[in-house]
Design a protein around this ligand. Sequence first.
Ligand code: SF4
Length: 270
Amino acid sequence: MDLGDPAPVGGSAVAGAGAGEDHDRSSPAIGRVQSIESCGLFDGPGIRMVVFLQGCPLRCRYCHNPDTWDGRFGTEMTVEQVVAKARQFRPFLERRGGGVTVGGGEPLLQRRFVRGLLHALKTEGFRTCIDTSGHAPADGLTREILSYTDLVLLDLKAMPQDHLSLTGRTIDRTLAFLDLLTDLMVPTWIRHVVVPGLTGTPAHGVWMADLLRGRRHVERIELLPFHRMGVSKYERMGLADPLPGIHPPTAAEMAAAAEPLRGLGIEIRA
Ligand code: SF4
């Protein structure tokens, strides 16, 4: 399978973004899985099985999972194998509105597989969620995927003018994806990582408030503090630390990032 970009080489993570634009070549029955977590507490409501798919077309400078980038790695798994794992954990997943979240990497890099997986999970009564950057075509295949999705966790990474330098991609697809979520009224939680000096600035807050105002399907905004737990992975991969000297935000910086978002009528978690 050709699921995306070759492994990033050398010091520039962004340069490694490459030509992973073909989102439609994944197999409908077999996906490349980086890992599966059985008891996720942070990727949607309740207790969740989280399926991390391999491959990502973005190269976010704050990414703490650079080992998910290269679409040639990971383990091949069939839809049935993943669903069988979910069945195993069903008693836990059904507590407090839990279910299965498909993340990555960027799960929508393997759209055909995700369509098959979510359809199978819905058929068996699981609550489904995808955790995505929204960097995927807003076309019929994505619509179909969303018809099997109970909740989308959408990462808004940066304002349009900062998006390319922060992630290696423009924000156009993400904005079109958000509009599709609005058209289809898909329940959505927005996520934004606060990186001191780069994101979560007052300008980002005002931009996000303007973008999200009136989108009644957006149930929650989660501001997530940048952390440095992924640095050792960059070292192991022979890559330079993309954000040397940047530290996690303080409580005051998190509160300031949330301020412009108050008053939207959307729950804020910061
Ligand atoms: S979209 Fe996620 S996995 Fe991909 S580079 Fe950004 S943070 Fe990392």
